[in-house]
Design a protein around this ligand. Structure first.
Ligand code: TXA
Ligand code: MG
Length: 319
């Protein structure tokens, strides 16, 4: 495995050809780092499951370079989904749509729908454009972590998490820390109205304002569609995570900056607002593990904007 920190045009060309040959490329996105394979290659995708240790019936997001590529992967795209795509792509949003034949069972977990995303990170964009130039149609990429663990927001975190499971030809592209820091908002667009399956940085308020509608409250247990992020223990570090109670000497603390650190407690992050909280959260959880902490206390922020996504991930990390 090689880590590419200088992502020049020729390095991106080379990374795209690694994907074309059926090998894996971990790459930065504005949400978290993804572990990419050619979305039409059964062998490439099988390697993703292998490296992550993820059950093979869990569907993957297909990344495309632009909304102009939707029709290759999806049929019957409702008007509201087109509006969402035009407004929030490229960006931290994934749309679940009825699939075309291109989205095979090994991508969709056998479901009749496919999850699509157009990432905005310049390296992800460049990689997708180059991959499509070389004849590729889409890059399947889950977050580049072991199944049920914390998503990586830096190339170093990908290396620590997956480095020993990657093969010689595989690559990790380093594009710096992910801006948003939590995974994309996933919206089910297979019915007459949108339904949020996973909250993210494209917030409920943003979607309701754009479409002039009121969304149903989040209810993960009622999902017909499989979203592994909705399993009980997910996004979990090795340390035990608490969302209430008082940290003791030697415990870790993640909280907004206006909350003081008790004596002897190790402050892992002091974000000034919800956006910064999301940006710092996963690295703070990882740092707690690096320091070998047994307990991490996180004070949940309010649910405004990305706050809902932070609360969702914290609840799962604490289970
Ligand atoms: O921000 C993100 O979405 C990142 C970056 C790399 O793009 N990717 C990511 O992928 O978080 P992953 O696999 O870690 O989480 C994707 C979630 C999973 O919970 C999966 O079950 C769900 O999306 N998903 C994928 N395809 C789906 C489908 N057809 N229907 C419903 N859920 C789907
Ligand atoms: Mg994931």
């Amino acid at each position: 495995m090689s880590i590419i920190s200088n992502c020049t045009a020729s390095a991106i060309k080379n990374a795209a050809s690694v994907l074309t040959s059926g090998d894996l490329v971990a790459f930065p996105t504005e949400t978290v780092y993804g572990l990419g394979a050619d979305a039409t290659s059964a062998n490439g995708v099988a390697r993703i499951y292998d490296v992550k240790g993820r059950p093979s019936d869990h569907p993957l997001i297909v990344h495309i370079s632009s909304h102009t590529q939707i029709d290759k992967w999806a049929r019957e795209v409702p008007e509201y989904a087109i509006t969402l795509a035009r407004t929030f792509w490229p960006g931290p949003m994934t749309l679940v749509l009825p699939r075309t034949k291109l989205a095979q069972d090994f991508i969709t977990g056998g479901q009749d729908n496919v999850a699509l995303r157009v990432p905005s990170h310049p390296i992800a964009q460049a990689l997708l454009i180059e991959f499509e130039k070389q004849g590729g149609l889409g890059i399947a990429a889950p977050s580049a972590n072991k199944f049920s663990k914390v998503s990586p927001t830096t190339a170093a975190a990908v290396e620590i998490e997956l480095g020993s499971f990657l093969k010689d030809n595989d690559q990790i592209l380093d594009g710096g820390p992910s801006t948003f820091g939590v995974e994309s908002t996933i919206i089910d667009c297979t019915q007459g109205f949108p339904k949020i399956l996973r909250p993210g940085s494209v917030s409920i308020e943003m979607i309701e304002n754009l479409l002039s509608i009121k969304l149903q409250p989040l209810n993960p247990t009622s999902n017909q569609i499989r979203v592994p992020g909705s399993l009980k223990s997910h996004y979990a570090p090795n340390a035990k995570v608490f969302l209430s109670g008082t940290p003791k000497v030697g415990d870790g603390l993640i909280a907004l900056s206006n909350i003081k650190t008790p004596e002897g407690v190790i402050r892992l992050a002091s974000p000034v607002n919800n956006d910064e909280y999301a940006h710092l959260l996963y690295n703070a959880l990882r740092q707690g593990d690096t320091l070998g902490l047994s307990n991490i206390y996180a004070v949940p922020p309010n649910s405004e904007g990305v706050g809902l996504a932070i609360n969702d991930r914290l609840k799962k990390a604490a289970k």
